[in-house]
Every structure is written in C-alpha cells, then in structure tokens.
Design a protein around this ligand. Structure first.
Ligand code: FA5
Length: 345
C-alpha cells in the first residue's frame, strides 16, 4: 500500500503541474481526491491494515493528501493569473484608448471669494481665524455687549441647542462676530483678523435671505484706530472682490457691539429701477461695521482708553451673488449640481 501511495503522490503531482486549464485541473482533482478518487479509496482501505501499520500508513496518506491539495491550489492560482493576463492583452482590450473622463470638481462661489479675500487681507497683515459653528451664548451675545433682554437677541432668530438644565446655553452662531471675542482673547492687541464662516438663523427665506449663509468678520484693534481706517478696509475689500470701485453708500446702523455703527450698501447690479433682489430700493445691504464698543474691549480684558478698533461683518453669500450675477441666494446651499457645475475650477 505504501508503494501505491508513493506512486499516487508522484503521478498526482505530475498531473497537477501538467494541467493547462481549470477544467483539466478540476478533472485531476476529482480523480485523486473526489468521492470515488484514487486517494479516497486508499484512505478507505486503511481500516483493513494491522493496528501497527495503520498509524504509519495513515500519516503518510494524510501527508500525500495535503501535498496534493497544496499543489492543486497553487496550480489553480497560476492558471487564473495567466488567464487574466491573457485577457488583458487579448483582442478585447485596447489599453491605448483614453479612459472615461472622471467628473471634475469646482470651488463653490462663496469659498472662491473667501479665498481671494483671505489673500488680499493676509497681504495686509491680517490673521485668518475661525471659531466653532456651535457657540456659547456668552460669546455670541454677552461679550458683544448684547444685554440679556435686548431685542437684537430675538432679532437674530437664534437656533438654540438642547443642553442639560443648568448648563450654559449654546446656539448655532448667528454671526461671525463671536470670533472677534475669541481672537482678541487668543492674541490680545494690537490685532488684525478676518474670520470667514457659516452662520445660521431661523429666518423666512427669500431671494436675499437664507437660514444658512456665510459672513466674513473683520476686526482691527490698535492704538488710534478710527472711522477712516474702517472705510479704507471696507473699500479695499470691495475692490478686491470686484476689481473696480462699486457704487456704495454709508448710512447709520445700530449694533450693540459697535459705536458708532454703520451700514454699507452697494448699488443693485440686477436692475436700475428696483427688483426682487433689492426689493425695489436699488441698494443691497452688504456690510455693516463700526468702531468696537468699549464694553467689548473691556470684556476681553483690554483698556478702551488705550485701544480702539473697528469691525465689519461682510455678507459673503450676498457678495458672491453680486460678483457672479446669482439672483437668488437659495442656490448657494441648495447642493444642486446644475448650479455648482457652472463654477468649475
Ligand atoms: C451682523 O450679523 C453683525 N454681526 C455684523 C457686524 C459685524 C456689525 C461687525 C458691526 C460690526 P447683520 O445681521 O446685518 O449683522 O448681517 C450682516 C450681513 O450678513 C448683512 O449685511 C447681509 O449681507 C448678510 N445677511 C444677514 N442676514 C442674512 C440672511 N438671512 N441671508 C443671507 N445673508 C444675510
């Protein structure tokens, strides 16, 4: 029996290595190891051996079975790889053909403008800073001199987070102004900073109002800073975006964190006599600003006798509308590819 087993090993391994395709290999496998295969038959005959021979011959038979199984597996992998390689260079495939074009991404119009402005302001020594979108009530309102019962808190139509009872309140930031507070605490004065970012308000939507939109805060605090510095920064910003002077107007505006406060409006580019974008006025409210209120400086530990500053809050989404001639702000956050694909990089 031992001789028969050795012959089985020799012939079996030879048959495996000679097989050129998977069908032949499968035939060899079933002739050797199948239910009626040669080795299976030998294994069945083990019971007839003497108790002394059985373990020795049994061990040999198992070794041969494993050797054959290993060789079969190795040969199967080799044949499969060879078949794949043959397919790849066969008639079916022309590797010199260009592939299917991958869809190209673009930069969202709001991000494109934010990046341009970051370049303009960085070159003037401004730091680009960011804050979290979930903000504390203290930073979003208190440190900005907005009293607890002030209508400005309601006016922002704040979206409040659920917090455990007794914990400080948190909200989705309603403006980028809390980054003024964060940056002043981080860097102290003198400081020049801009902070582009996403803000949220529970707001009825229309062509110029969305519940989620982008602003860019600007802040300069130093000794002897005044309104002319602010106007220079605002005009530099608009020229940076539009590459030319825009027709603008400045009017008084009220924000608890500035004194005096202003509103900078730009002439509506969509009409001459009033439309749904400018709501008939021919002006679009773009950028409020003013001189930093002494209470804000005090809240971050600065002496308002020593330092002064200006801040502005640009409506980035609205600037993008003007720049690209988009007549409805709701396109910006719509995620609609027909809109976005127009802004390929
Ligand atoms: C503010 O948010 C102040 N934090 C701005 C500020 C900063 C004032 C620093 C003074 C000093 P306001 O709520 O007006 O202000 O919003 C600023 C700009 O954001 C607006 O001029 C407008 O361009 C844009 N904006 C306001 N609400 C919306 C909205 N719902 N959708 C799109 N843009 C909006």
């Amino acid at each position: 029996m031992r001789d028969r087993l050795e012959a089985l090993r020799r012939d079996g391994l030879a048959a495996v290595s000679e097989a050129q395709d998977l069908d032949t290999l499968y035939g060899v496998e079933s002739r050797l190891l199948g239910r009626t295969g040669a080795l299976t038959a030998e294994l069945k005959g083990l019971g007839k051996l003497s108790p002394e021979d059985r373990p020795v011959v049994g061990k040999l038979a198992n070794e041969i079975k494993q050797a054959l199984q290993g060789a079969l597996e190795e040969r199967r992998t080799a044949i499969e790889s060879a078949e794949l390689a043959a397919d790849l260079v066969g008639e079916g495939l022309d590797p010199s053909l260009p592939g299917a074009p991958a869809p190209k991404g673009g930069v969202h119009p709001v991000l494109a403008i934010a990046r341009e402005l970051e370049d303009v302001f960085s070159s003037m020594g401004y730091v680009v800073w960011d804050g979290p979108e979930i903000e504390t009530e203290a930073n979003n309102f208190d440190a900005l001199n907005i009293p607890a019962d002030h209508p400005a808190r309601e006016g922002h139509d704040t979206i409040w987070m659920k917090v455990e009872e007794g914990s400080p309140r948190r909200c989705l930031r309603t403006h980028t102004s809390p980054v003024q507070v964060r940056a002043l605490r981080e860097f102290g004065a003198p400081l020049r900073v801009i902070a582009p970012g996403r803000v949220f308000r529970q707001e009825a939507q229309d062509a110029t109002h969305d519940h989620t939109f982008h602003q860019m805060e600007g802040l300069v605090v130093d000794k002897g800073v005044g309104v002319p510095h602010m106007l220079h920064a605002m005009n530099t910003l608009l020229e940076g975006v539009f590459g030319r002077k825009l027709e603008t107007r400045l009017r008084p505006g009220f924000f608890p964190f500035v004194e005096p406060g202003f509103e900078l409006d730009a002439r509506c580019p969509f009409c001459k006599e009033g439309c749904k974008v400018c709501k008939g006025s021919t002006w679009i409210e773009l950028m409020p600003g003013g001189l930093v209120h002494p209470n804000v400086l005090t809240a971050v530990g600065l002496d308002p006798e020593e330092y002064s500053g200006f801040a502005f809050g640009l409506g980035l989404s609205r600037i993008a509308m003007l720049r690209y001639g988009i007549n409805d702000i709701r396109w910006m956050m719509s995620g609609d590819l027909r809109f976005l694909e127009q802004f390929q990089a």
